[in-house]
Design a protein around this ligand. Structure first.
Ligand code: M6R
Length: 616
């Protein structure tokens, strides 16, 4: 759950590495470091606790020359965030430097072995162990760096993407991956490494996506050499592909934060998500995954949806959709629980994994478990070619575009949109929806982007409102039906970027406990658009009001009843009930964003979090 970058070419490596790290900071930002081989063959490693900008300042008076280097931005797993635990790690002789994203699971056993051979360790990390093991292989067996990395990786279990360089060798970088992302950029007389394409896109669009278990030698002036851990003799021909991203896609474009940019991008990302799938003229949905595998869904005993965080909230909405529209029973599981619960999985289950990054370790493990037990695996994911995408039997990309802000926004609305398209298209095949209902909902889906734009007109109102609530230490979010998961999502957004404690609850469940929390200090966000449970949620609002809670209601335009009961309200346009989460979540995203900004929080890099949670 860290970001790695590497460079070898004609230019000075340092500024390129720093740029790459800045683009990868969403993956972790508790410490950062860089290693460079200068023209005298010195291997200089500089590290700091803190962000990439701290590293840049720290290096201001250092020797940062060199046309080959590796760099890292960290999210701590083994060992606290500190300078000594930051990467790159030196080997004992300081001849090798290594960066790593992932976890070496058997590092304690290897460490014990190396200690018995006289090695000492400077950090508490699993990574340093791998670096020392490579040196041990080189010294003990008289191997080249490439062969030593190969032999060391044969000994380790776990997940990794790594970059390794050595003193007196400004012409070589060795890299490899296993269950962690890695991309190699191939420019004109230069090579780059990155945890993802955003780190290198400024320099080249020609890339190689190495596969798990491949060990790669990048050598100045030579062809890239790839061999396999499974079979040293098997040589792989590098396959160069073109990155589809543009630089504009990954820059802030005038917004103060990526999160704000991504909130405002939602009409566009939803258009891209529906492009070629929603036939606006004919009012039809053609979704390849469902066209092709509709019969598998039709015969399914049930659907299991599994995911984490925001993607799990989208999955909860999926339950309402598939059950209401397709009449298929659905279970929704937090992936980290599912994977260790010894769940009952039938070969005629359809298992849907939802993940923005496609790299979330718990979601991947849940998928593997379901796959092993014979379920049909369907993926909903944003990052093309990610691990989730590769594990599936079929699936649908959300096409939300790169999401950099740690707090998910456009990922959520596009995931819900995919679930809506899946449920509608399946319901049509299964004939569990009347034609007029299908066409009415599809027609509404065609208007969804414009309706989000209307909510954006309220942004100043929401910003003003947010200032009133910065005092709060706790928030309660309530919703019912399709909008109960939206309440949970609103609470998660507030927690992660403002550090205000918040809980999302089914509105009617409040009286079974959380109602005790309500007093005149307590803000309660009620997601209450006008649908079939309107009168019920109105009663819940009255219950809160009677206890003097400060209500912020999300209501449908033209609402009269709930508005009368509430101190603050935000109107959203009317739409079909099953589409309402796509609209009702928008004011909640804006509210949490503006509260966090008013509290001076680092919105794009909230403390303790990372964008992709590639560890369990
Ligand atoms: O990449 P994924 O969708 O699998 O990520 C799952 C969660 O880690 C993610 O949604 C997380 O909860 C976000 N920070 C929420 O904003």
């Amino acid at each position: 759950m860290c970001g790695i970058v590497g460079y070898m070419g004609k230019q000075q490596a340092f500024p390129i590495l720093i740029k790459g790290l800045q683009r990868l900071e969403y993956r972790g930002y508790d410490s950062a470091g860089v290693a460079l081989v200068n023209e005298n063959g010195d291997l200089n490693v500089y590290k700091t606790k803190g962000k990439v900008s701290d590293l840049e300042n720290f290096c201001a008076d250092k020797d940062i020359t060199g046309t080959v280097g590796i760099a890292h931005t960290r999210w701590a797993t083994h060992g606290e965030p500190s300078k000594r635990n930051a990467h790159p790690h030196y080997s004992q002789s300081k001849n090798i430097a290594l960066i790593h994203n992932g976890i070496i699971e058997n590092y304690l056993t290897i460490k014990k072995f190396l200690i018995s051979k006289g090695y000492t360790f400077q950090s508490e990390t699993d990574t340093e162990v791998l670096c020392q093991l490579i040196e041990y292989m080189m010294q003990e067996h008289n191997l080249t760096l490439y062969d030593a990395v190969y032999q060391a990786l044969k000994q380790v279990t776990g997940a990794y993407s790594i970059g390794v360089i050595e003193r007196n060798n400004p012409n070589t970088i060795i890299t490899s991956k296993m269950s962690s992302p890695l991309v190699i950029g191939v420019g004109r007389e230069e090579f780059l490494l990155g945890s993802d394409a955003s780190a290198i896109i400024e320099f080249t669009k020609n890339v190689i996506y190495p596969k798990d278990g491949q060990v790669i030698r990048i050598e100045r002036g030579k062809e890239i050499e790839i061999c396999c851990l499974e079979d040293r003799e098997q040589k792989i021909k590098p396959e160069i592909q073109q990155i589809q991203l543009s630089l504009e896609d990954i820059e802030k474009g005038g917004f103060d934060h990526f999160m704000l940019k991504e909130i405002f991008e939602q009409p566009k990302s939803l258009s891209l998500c529906m492009n070629g799938r929603l036939q606006r003229e004919k009012k039809e949905i053609i979704l390849n995954g469902i066209q092709e595998y509709g019969d598998v869904f039709a015969k399914a005993r049930r659907i299991i949806i599994s995911a984490c965080g925001t993607s799990w909230h989208a999955g909860l909405i999926g339950k309402y959709l598939f059950e209401a529209l397709c009449r298929i029973p659905v279970e929704v599981e937090v992936a980290s629980e599912f994977r260790y619960r010894n769940p009952v999985i039938y070969p005629d289950d359809v298992f849907i994994a939802i993940s923005q990054s496609g790299e979330t370790a718990d979601t991947l493990a849940a998928m593997e478990l379901a796959k092993k037990q014979g379920a049909f695996i369907y993926g909903i994911c944003n990052v093309v070619g990610s691990s989730v995408a590769r594990l599936t039997d079929s699936g649908t990309y959300t096409h939300a575009g790169p999401e950099i802000g740690v707090a998910s926004t456009k990922a959520f609305t596009t995931q819900v949109c995919v679930l809506v398209m899946m449920a509608l298209s399946l319901a049509k095949q299964l004939k569990t929806i009347k034609d007029e209902d299908y066409h009415r909902i599809v027609t509404e889906l065609c208007n969804i982007e414009a309706k989000i734009e209307k909510i954006f007109e309220k942004k100043d109102e929401i910003k003003e409102m947010s200032k009133i609530f910065t005092y709060a230490r706790n928030f309660l979010y309530l919703g019912r039906g399709y909008n109960y998961p939206v309440a949970m999502e609103g609470a998660l957004k507030l927690k992660e970027i403002s550090y205000i404690h918040a809980e999302g609850y089914p509105a009617a469940e409040m009286k079974h406990g959380p109602i005790a929390l309500i007093d005149e200090e307590m803000p309660i966000v009620v997601v209450a658009p006008h649908y079939h449970l309107y009168n019920k949620i109105l009663s819940n609002v009255q219950e809160v009001k009677a206890r003097k809670g400060r209500i912020i209601a999300i209501v449908t335009e033209g609402d009269t009843e709930i508005k009368k009961q509430t101190d603050y309200y935000i109107e959203i346009p009317k739409t079909e009930e099953c589409l309402s989460p796509i609209l009702s979540v928008i004011p909640l995203q804006l509210l949490s964003y503006y509260i966090a900004v008013a509290k001076g929080r680092d919105v794009d890099k909230p403390r303790n979090l990372a964008k992709s949670v590639t560890v369990e």
